[in-house]
Ligand binder design. Structure first.
Ligand code: LP5
Ligand code: MN
Length: 265
């Protein structure tokens, strides 16, 4: 089990899905990053920071304007506080060159984060969607090292086309799947918590922010689910983060014009 100790105020956000078509979401997120630089001692972005990631070379050689802006904002926060990145199911190809460029580091999913609020098992969350057999097949395939190497050796235009196709297939497949299939499986979560000897989990991915209580053996456990960020195509808009501070885990909604509102603890 990967373990990492943190002291002080930790902020965690995920599922921002940055891309060329979400300027308002990006703007809201950059406001959040500026606040994180001032108010947190470390920031973890827990996967799906980008809507797709088709290789570091794409980003670093000639980034389009939206991506250049994103890289600058992420670098700025990494100069102020430690920035940790977790790979999600859409940006699992983020690599060391990106981390180096940003001054960030990777956390593997899952990692046991040792905080002032106790040990927290942190994961993107897709690994616990075990009832989604089609997704788990896709996940095994695209996490296979030689498949990734072949994909990364393709010309950029081909990679873009594959990513567009995979996103379209994914959106289409949502329509045919019941919500419980696209959610985490309770027994997969409890198995992971039991193995890690831990009572708290934080994950993203499902876009269903909540705090769930679940009894594991004789113990009560809590699972905090991060929201996704959408300020372009949704009404009401949504986005938020979790802070770990003074021994507590708090969920917050991000309201760009007014700063933040605390939602629950
Ligand atoms: O992402 P989201 O929220 O829509 O849904 C996810 C699951 N879908 C995915 C697919 C991603 O969205 C696409 C990521 C593109 C990455 C770019 C690189 C691509 C190639 C890299 C090769 C090394 O993760 C979705 C879940 C949902 O979460 C809830 O958990 O249900 O799962 C699916 O949609 C799986 C489908 O059922 C089948 C997906 C078909 C895609 C086939 C593409 C194969 C490309 C292989 C290339 C070698
Ligand atoms: Mn995801």
């Amino acid at each position: 089990m990967n373990k990492i100790p943190f002291r002080g105020v930790l902020w965690i956000a995920s599922d921002i899905h940055l891309g060329p078509d979400v300027p308002k979401t990006a703007q809201a997120f950059y406001g959040f990053l500026a606040q994180a630089s001032q108010n947190a001692d470390a920031l973890i972005l827990c996967g799906d920071i980008f809507d797709t990631w088709i290789g570091d070379d794409h980003a670093l050689r000639t980034p389009p304007p939206w991506l250049d802006h994103a890289l600058q904002e992420l670098s700025a926060v990494a100069r102020a506080i430690p920035l940790w990145l977790v790979r999600g199911n859409r940006d699992f190809l983020m690599g060391n060159a990106l981390a180096q460029r940003l001054g960030a580091r990777f956390l593997e999913s899952p990692t046991l984060v040792q905080t002032d609020a106790g040990d927290i098992l942190l994961a993107h969350g897709d690994e616990y969607c075990t009832q989604d057999l089609a997704y788990q097949r896709f996940r095994r395939l695209v996490h296979t090292p030689w498949v990734q190497q072949v994909f990364l050796s393709l010309p950029l235009a081909w990679r873009r086309a594959v990513a567009r196709w995979a996103r379209a297939r994914s959106k289409q497949s949502h329509r045919g799947k019941p919500l419980y299939v696209m959610d985490v499986t309770p027994s997969a979560v409890s198995d992971a918590l039991r193995r890690a000897r831990c009572k708290l989990m934080i994950h993203g991915h499902t876009h269903q922010p909540a705090v769930h209580e679940q009894t594991v053996g004789a113990e009560m456990t809590w699972r905090y689910v991060l929201p996704d960020w959408e300020y372009d195509h949704a009404a009401p808009v949504r986005g938020g983060w979790i802070s770990v501070e003074e021994g507590r885990v708090l969920m917050h909604a991000w309201v760009p014009a007014y700063g933040s509102t605390s939602a629950s603890s």
